[in-house]
Design a protein around this ligand. Structure first.
Ligand code: WTA
Length: 635
């Protein structure tokens, strides 16, 4: 039996039982045998859910880049670490070997140092999916700087909020980015953001689109000339197990985004372990995750998890629809991809197109297909299984979160029987529980409840940057002695989990988590808007889309409503990003409220979803008459 690499179902159950009976012994063995450490830990785990406080491998010293890069150099220095597939299929793909990755990361690390970046400093990375992104992430880790990658689709305001929240000293960006047939002026967005970011002293700019852009003297530096002068040797900073590795922002249901903090050793051990098992990665395989490194999926399963296993990982700069809807499958054929990991929203979008886009390519190399980010509906699951996997590739429906750092519930291919729409069984070390409406744990099977985890795992986020109280309140206050996920789930007769979706005010649109409150704040900034409420409704491709109910300060502006809709969506795009735009905007003369003045979103959600039969009791509302008006005006 191998704890590290599970190969059949019986072994899974054995390993799982062991991991639950004695989690410390289990993780001690995994960490001991599969990583390089500068100093061994004194204690595997100490924790207190009430504080909350979690420490894994306390006392250990390491650098994660020694595990992701240096230790592979002797055995596989010439093998490919990263394949970079550009946006434009006519541009050549790059194969970056482990040796070359080492040189690039060390040079970049020296550049960061020469710019005054030290251990513990925060560096914001706002880059498209080009090699410099992975290299910058690893260079930060090399010198102990804390990276905060911001997805390059976020607006200047959203970028500034994130830079300021963690007082980043530097921003790494590029002159621009390619997305399909569009070119985006990334540096312009950074310039806008930095008008309100006093902490940023320098900006490193990679050249990608070779546009003419203004450079601010003393602040902005082209990256390449600095790299050219830098040495390819940079001794790694030796980090404590619990030193922060990165901050990654995720939307909350209220307030500003939460800067989830992940630390070094536990995150490394857990992402490497889960990568190996969930994708059944074998030496020589080519693995491709289509996510952006701006999200947790990219951090854990494009960069750290694969590289810690010495894998070959693909970075794709483009989009699934450019130059046509066959682009994903063309890449699978071209690079002979063995494991392919994508999101349900992409699957649904591609399933709508002509099947020839899939059938034109040889997909025989595929062994495992993955799904992440939101529940995968049955139709999309079957389409994926039949047309992409040709019924030969297990589908791993992986449930996890930015906060969990790594995959928590997922089939292990070749071991766990898959069931459409089920994330199935917890991975070793993970102890999920379902909590009932009265706050008690549901011990039986065939139940539905809120999904919690009742024992710590190595890659649990340790805090929210600068706001430990919010961390406690969001995740540990709902139920004592456990982590609350914010998701609902069911458990079938044999213990398989099916995630039913968010039970808070977070809406997942095309796989992106969006809190309703920040979008409402943006809408309310419009001078004509009195009040707004945003809810989700089902959408064929995006999974969910946003429906906004808006009351205006002045009535009778109906002629202007189309313009208003546009202006409101523009405001949202400016404040948050185009992904948060409203699909439907209904102007109404009132929003249903409780007597204490709270907006009753439940009713609005039902109207948006066209579930008018069971609106529930509206008689206790402060203003029941507005419900009729809302129903009549629904879109
Ligand atoms: C949802 C992404 C159903 C869930 C890794 C979770 C899923 C949120 C699945 C986290 C899945 C993710 N099935 N729902 N396989 N995977 N989710 O932080 O609601 O971007 O809480 O992390 O996505 O999204 P996040």
């Amino acid at each position: 039996m191998s704890n590290y690499h599970i190969k059949h179902l019986e072994e899974y159950y054995q390993v799982y039982r062991k991991s639950v009976r004695n989690p410390e012994a289990f993780w001690d063995e995994v960490a001991e045998e599969h990583f390089v450490w500068r100093k061994h830990w004194e204690k595997v785990l100490s924790y207190d859910f009430s504080k909350p406080d979690f420490k894994w491998f306390e006392g250990a010293k390491l650098n994660i880049t020694e595990n992701c890069i240096d230790r592979h150099l002797l055995t596989k220095g010439n093998e490919t670490a990263i394949i970079f597939e550009p946006n434009n299929p006519d541009e050549v793909a790059l194969h970056i070997s482990y040796q070359e990755l080492s040189n690039r990361v060390n040079k970049m690390a020296n550049v960061l140092k020469s710019q005054g970046i030290r251990k513990g400093d925060r560096v914001c990375i706002y880059l498209p999916m080009i090699p410099e992104l992975a290299v910058s992430v690893l260079a930060c880790a090399r010198i102990g700087a804390i990276h905060s990658v911001v997805f390059a689709g976020f607006s200047a305001t959203a970028l500034a909020t994130r830079i300021n929240d963690s007082d980043c000293k530097m921003v790494i960006t590029s002159d621009g980015s390619y997305r399909g047939n569009k070119t985006i002026d990334l540096k312009g967005i950074v310039d806008d953001a930095l008008r309100s970011c006093a902490s940023v002293l320098s900006v490193l700019v990679a050249k990608r689109v070779h546009s003419k852009i203004p450079m601010i003297d003393g602040r902005d530096h082209w990256m390449q000339p600095l790299l050219d002068q830098a040495s390819a040797k940079c001794d790694p900073e030796i980090m404590d197990a619990e030193d922060p590795l990165f901050i990654l922002y995720t939307s909350g249901s209220t307030g500003k985004p939460k800067g989830m903090v992940h630390t070094t050793a536990g995150y490394m051990v857990y992402t490497a372990y889960t990568f190996k098992n969930v994708f059944q990665y074998k030496t020589g395989d080519i693995y491709w995750c289509t996510a952006d490194i701006g999200w947790i999926t990219g951090h854990s399963y494009i960069v750290y998890g694969p590289l810690a296993n010495g894998a070959t990982t693909v970075m794709f700069e483009g989009v699934p629809s450019y130059p046509d809807f066959g682009r994903f499958w063309q890449i699978v054929e071209k690079h002979k991809i063995n494991q392919f990991y994508t999101a349900p929203t992409a699957i649904r979008a591609l399933a709508k197109e002509n099947i020839d886009f899939v059938n034109n390519y040889d997909l025989n190399s595929l062994k495992v297909l993955g799904s992440v980010g939101e529940p995968i509906n049955e139709e999309a699951w079957h389409w994926y299984n039949e047309n992409v996997g040709k019924r030969q590739c297990p589908i791993v429906d992986t449930w996890w979160q930015t906060e969990t750092g790594g995959i928590m519930i997922s089939p292990i291919p070749g071991s766990t029987p898959t069931i459409p729409t089920y994330a199935t069984l917890p991975l070793p070390g993970i102890q999920p529980v379902l909590m009932g409406a009265n706050g008690d744990e549901l011990y039986e099977n065939q139940v539905e409840g809120s999904l919690c985890i009742k024992f710590p795992w190595p890659s649990i986020a340790r805090t929210i940057w600068g706001n430990h109280d919010r961390y406690r309140e969001t995740y540990f206050a709902a139920y004592s002695g456990m982590y609350f996920t914010g998701d609902g789930a069911t458990r079938d007769a044999v213990g398989n989990y099916r995630i039913t979706g968010r039970i808070d005010d977070v809406i997942i649109v095309s796989g992106h988590n969006l809190g309703t409150a920040p979008i409402e704040d943006a809408v309310n900034e419009h001078p004509a808007v009195a009040e707004s409420a945003i809810v989700g409704f089902p959408h064929d491709i995006k999974g969910n889309a946003l429906y906004g109910y808006i009351t205006l300060k002045e009535k009778g502006e109906s002629l202007l409503q189309d313009n208003l809709r546009k202006e409101i969506n523009q405001l949202i795009a400016d404040r948050i990003g185009p992904i948060a735009k409203l699909d439907k905007v209904q102007f109404t003369n009132g929003l249903p409220k409780t007597r204490s003045g709270k907006i009753m979103r439940r009713i609005l959600r039902k109207v948006a979803c066209n579930e008018l039969d069971n609106l529930g009791d509206t008689s206790t509302l402060l203003n029941p008459e507005c419900v009729k008006h809302i129903i009549e005006g629904r879109l």
